[in-house]
Design a protein around this ligand. Structure first.
Ligand SMILES: Nc1ncnc2c1ncn2[C@@H]1O[C@H](COP(=O)(O)OP(=O)(O)OP(=O)(O)O)[C@@H](O)[C@H]1O
Length: 256
C-alpha cells in the first residue's frame, strides 16, 4: 500500500504516430486539490481519459486507496470511486436539475435504474432517499433553489455546479474535474473556487485540469505540468511558478 489516495505510474499512450503520454504518473494524498496544467495539446485530457477509463493506455499502473483498479471502462472506474466531469457540459438537458443528480446517485444504489423505473416497495423508499440526498447536494453546490428547473435553462455557471453535484452523488473518493472554469466569467470563477474549497473541507480529494493558471496557483495543494505528453514539473504551486521549464513552456509561444 502506498499511502496515497491515487497512485498512478508509468502511463504511456500513443495515437498512431503521436506519443500523447510518455511515462506520466501522479500521486495524490487524500484531501488534496491536485492540479494538472500545461499548454494546449500537452496531453491533460488524454491523461484524464486514461485514468477514467475512456482511453485504453499502452501501459501504466493504477491504484485507488491502496487497491489496484482497472481503468478498462468508465463504469468500472466509477465503481472504484472516481467521478468525473467533462470539458463540455454533459447534462441531461431536458431533465430537471434534481433528476440529473438523482441519475448520478443510482450508480450507488441497490435497486439501480430499473428499480427506480418500476417503483416497487423497497425501490420507492430508496427513491425517496435518493431524492432527499440529491436535494442536499444541490443545496451544497449552491443551486438548491433551482431543483425543479430544466437543466438546459440554468445559467452556464449553474450547469457546471450541477455537473459537480451529479458527480458528488456517486459518493466518489476522488472527484476529477476537466476544466470546470471553462467559459466562466470572473464572478462565476470566484464562486467555483469557493465551491472547490468547500468540497475539500468536506474531506474530498479533487483532481483538476484547468487553463486558468492563476486560479490553479491559489487553489491547488500540488501541481503537475505536462508539455508534449511529458511531465516537466511537479510540486507546490510556489515551486511551479518559479520553475524554469514551466515558464519556458508557457512563455515560449510554441503552443500558441
Ligand atoms: N482520440 C485521439 N486521437 C488522436 N489524437 C488524439 C486523440 N486525443 C488527443 N489526441 C492528440 O493528443 C495530444 C494531446 O491532446 P489532449 O487533448 O490530451 O491535450 P490537452 O492538454 O488536454 O489540450 P487542451 O488544453 O487543448 O484541451 C494532441 O496532440 C491531440 O491532438
Amino acid at each position: 500500500m502506498s499511502g496515497y489516495l491515487l497512485n498512478i505510474a508509468g502511463v504511456n499512450k500513443r495515437f498512431g504516430g503521436l506519443q500523447a503520454l510518455t511515462d506520466v504518473g501522479i500521486r495524490i494524498e487524500k484531501g488534496q486539490i491536485y492540479g494538472l496544467i500545461g499548454p494546449n495539446g500537452a496531453g491533460k485530457t488524454t491523461f484524464f481519459n486514461v485514468i477514467t477509463g475512456l482511453y485504453q493506455p499502452d501501459s501504466g499502473t493504477f491504484e485507488l486507496a491502496g487497491k489496484p483498479y482497472s481503468p478498462s471502462a468508465p463504469h468500472e472506474v466509477a465503481k472504484a470511486g472516481i467521478a468525473r466531469t467533462f470539458q463540455n457540459i454533459r447534462l441531461f438537458g431536458e431533465m430537471s436539475a434534481l433528476e440529473n443528480v438523482m441519475v448520478g446517485r443510482h450508480v450507488r444504489t441497490r435497486q439501480g435504474v430499473f428499480g427506480a423505473i418500476f417503483r416497487h416497495g423497497a425501490a420507492r423508499r430508496e427513491e425517496e432517499e435518493i431524492r432527499a440526498r440529491a436535494q442536499e447536494l444541490l443545496d451544497f453546490v449552491g443551486i438548491g433553489q433551482f431543483a425543479g428547473r430544466t437543466a438546459k435553462y440554468l445559467s452556464y455557471g449553474d450547469q457546471r455546479r450541477l455537473e459537480i453535484a451529479r458527480a458528488l452523488a456517486t459518493d466518489p473518493q476522488l472527484l476529477a474535474l476537466d476544466e470546470p472554469a471553462a467559459g466562466m466569467n470572473a464572478t462565476e470563477k470566484l464562486g467555483l473556487r469557493e465551491l472547490l474549497v468547500k468540497i475539500k473541507n468536506e474531506g474530498k480529494t479533487v483532481l483538476l485540469i484547468e487553463h486558468d493558471v492563476k486560479l490553479m496557483m491559489g487553489l491547488c495543494d500540488r501541481i503537475t505540468v505536462l508539455e508534449y505528453g511529458k511531465q516537466i514539473a511537479e510540486g507546490l504551486p510556489a515551486e511551479i511558478q518559479k520553475n524554469e521549464a514551466v515558464i519556458k513552456a508557457y512563455l515560449g509561444g510554441a503552443h500558441q
